[in-house]
Design a protein around this ligand. Sequence first.
Ligand code: CA
Length: 375
Amino acid sequence: MKRREIVKVLGLGAAAAGLAACTEQKAPVADCKPVETPAAAPAKPETIEWKMVTTWPKNFPGLGTGANQLAELIGQMSGGRIKVKVYGAKELVGALEIFDAVSRGTAEMGHGAAYYWKGKTRAAQFFAAVPFGLTAQEMNSWLYHGGGMELWEEIYAEFGLVPGAAGNTGVQMGGWFNREINSVEDLKGLKMRIPGLGGEVLKRAGGTPVLLPGGEIFPSLQSGAIDATEWVGPYNDLAFGLHKAAKYYYYPGWHEPGTTLECFINKEAFEKLPEDLQIIVRNAVRVANQDMLADFTAKNNRALEQLVNEHGVELRQFPDEVLSQLKALSDEVVAEEAAKDPMTQKVFDSFVKFRDQATKWHAVSEQAYLNARSL
Ligand code: CA
């Protein structure tokens, strides 16, 4: 038996004792017998088996694969002590049932996006995306070093959950349109698939937000049942074939500037873990968070080239006048939303304070540099 295998069979403590004895005696490995200390020998480490339920179809590019990667990371980083089995939407529970399922312990982990739970806790929206909110980098800074995570933990604790940022799409695209948008007037009467607070903003601009699940977007756009849709970014949009149903591809995605994906863990299951495994799980989530953004960036780069060069998509930037009016409407909508309950107001205050600081710093750093690079 190889040393590694012995370690595996015996469990770490007993194997280490046995191997030390063998090494000292320089005995052939095959003759090595474990030192017999039955009372003191720790049992083979138990494998903790967890279920992760997700809001994504199984293996959905970027989001579902991000959930898979997190499960793998937890397995690898824990040396196999935790095994996480991932379930796509509807495999164990429906996409929008995962919050409750993990809360009551049907599964130990969930992977989704916090704005899906606004019906349970309005403040959750700030931990996914709000119109004209934070970019991916700014979200991570607010969460990890700006007080955001503590607020998120406080809110989810009421549901028996421990939250974590587990991925980010980066800035999304503004969407696919079958008519040009040259002024806010052009948004009037526009039927667009755009969920959440972004949809509310469109409504105030005179448009009609439509809620459609992923699978119905393409046929609705193609048939003219809707005039426009947003989805994610080039990578996911290309996979959905949206370029075959609309002429113009507008940017930027003012309504989802750095959508954060989440994982949440049943609090009781998490607290039952020994401290080292708790640290491992938290850090696996951090790695997954960073890696999903890197994955999206690399794949969006390539997909955008393909859309423009191979499929002849017409890329258009929303005019400044349209964006500045959408921003004014967004500020109204988000502030009104925050005022609906004290917790949401508390999160909003922290979020807006951070955004204002980040706006000043990024004006002279990221933004100034990106502008300089494209001169
Ligand atoms: Ca979107």
